[in-house]
Design a protein around this ligand. Structure first.
Ligand SMILES: C[S@@+](CC[C@H](N)C(=O)[O-])C[C@H]1O[C@@H](n2cnc3c(N)ncnc32)[C@H](O)[C@@H]1O
Length: 143
C-alpha cells in the first residue's frame, strides 16, 4: 500500500476527538502530523524522532502549515520517559516498526504501554511479512 492510502486509513482508524493528545513516534518530516493537524485542528500533537535533521525539516514543514506540534528527540524505547506528564492518550506510528531490530520493537512497545493511561490507544501502520505474504496495513490496540 502506498503512503497516502495507508496514512488515510490510519487517520480514519485513529478517529481524533477534541480531547485527544496524540503522539506520533518516528514522525519523520512530519507528514502524518501535518495531515492530522489539518484535519483535527483542536488536537494537541507531539512528534518524536531520533534524527535531528529530520526533526528540523518537520519543524519547518509544520510551522509553514501553521500546525502547532511539540517535537521531541528520541527513540521508541524512550517514549515512556519522553511522554511522562504530557497526558497523551493516543500514540500512532507509521512505517517505523519494520525497520527497527526486534529488541527495539519490544522495548518500544513496553515504553509505549507505560506512556498510555488505561483506555489509551496505540495505532500502528506498517509493512510486515506473514509467511510468504507481504502485508501492509493498520493495527490498533487499547491499553
Ligand atoms: C520511513 S520513516 C517514516 C516517517 C513517518 N512516520 C511517515 O510515515 O512518513 C521512519 C522514521 O523512523 C525513525 N526511526 C528510526 N528508528 C527509530 C526508532 N528506534 N525509534 C523511533 N523512530 C525511529 C526514522 O528517523 C524515520 O524518521
Amino acid at each position: 500500500m502506498a503512503w497516502r492510502p495507508l496514512t488515510s486509513a490510519l487517520l480514519r482508524q485513529l478517529g481524533p476527538r477534541p480531547s485527544d493528545i496524540i503522539a506520533d513516534i518516528g514522525c519523520g518530516t512530519g507528514s502524518f502530523l501535518a495531515l492530522l493537524g489539518g484535519t483535527a485542528k483542536w488536537a494537541r500533537l507531539i512528534g518524536v524522532d531520533p534524527d535531528d535533521r529530520i526533526l528540523h525539516r518537520a519543524r519547518l514543514k509544520l510551522e509553514a502549515a501553521g500546525i502547532v506540534v511539540t517535537l521531541k528527540h528520541g527513540y521508541l524505547r524512550d517514549v515512556g520517559a519522553l511522554l511522562a506528564g504530557t497526558g497523551v492518550n493516543k500514540i500512532v506510528s507509521s512505517l517505523v516498526f519494520h525497520q527497527v531490530p526486534l529488541a527495539e520493537k519490544g522495548a518500544g512497545l513496553s515504553s509505549i504501554y507505560s506512556a498510555l493511561p488505561p483506555g489509551g490507544e496505540l495505532h500502528v501502520a506498517d509493512n510486515g511479512h506473514s509467511g510468504r505474504n507481504k502485508n501492509t496495513g493498520t493495527h490498533h490496540r487499547c491499553h
